[in-house]
Design a protein around this ligand. Structure first.
Ligand SMILES: [Zn+2]
Length: 128
């Protein structure tokens, strides 16, 4: 293990920076569902745990990136909602409105909701 060039500040952890990819001290990502899933997957495959951090230099640009991801997430939620409405409207148009329509509606909207996670960006709480 390499020694870090300088001691970490309060609230910082050693990890891999999400933006520059450097192994350094930085602020850890907030542990939400995708982050804890990734940690569980690493545990499962017996990979060494790696913390996602934002280093001092990159932390400033993380807020805007997170905002972009959240905006994309909201857009896809609206798309999923519209998709469900279209499925049920289609069922109504053909007078075949039954519960089985919920299956393609749910599957389709699940796929739509997963799409923005292809460009997932974690939240980094601002340092105190
Ligand atoms: Zn960095």
């Amino acid at each position: 293990m390499k020694k870090a060039a300088h001691a970490p500040k309060e609230g910082q952890e050693e990890g891999v920076c999400i933006l520059c990819g450097g192994e350094k001290h930085g602020y850890p990502a907030a542990e939400d569902l995708p982050i804890s899933l990734a940690r569980k997957a690493r545990e499962f495959f017996r990979m060494p745990p790696s913390h996602t951090v934002a280093c001092e230099r990159c932390h400033g640009s993380c807020g805007a990136k997170r905002e972009m991801f959240e905006k994309r997430l909201r857009t896809y939620w609206i798309c999923a909602l519209i998709f469900v409405l279209i499925v049920f409207a289609g069922g109504m148009a053909y007078q075949k409105l039954d519960l089985w329509l919920a299956v393609p509606a749910l599957l389709g909207s699940a796929v739509i909701l997963l799409l923005p996670y292809g460009s997932y960006f974690p939240r980094f709480p601002s340092p105190k």
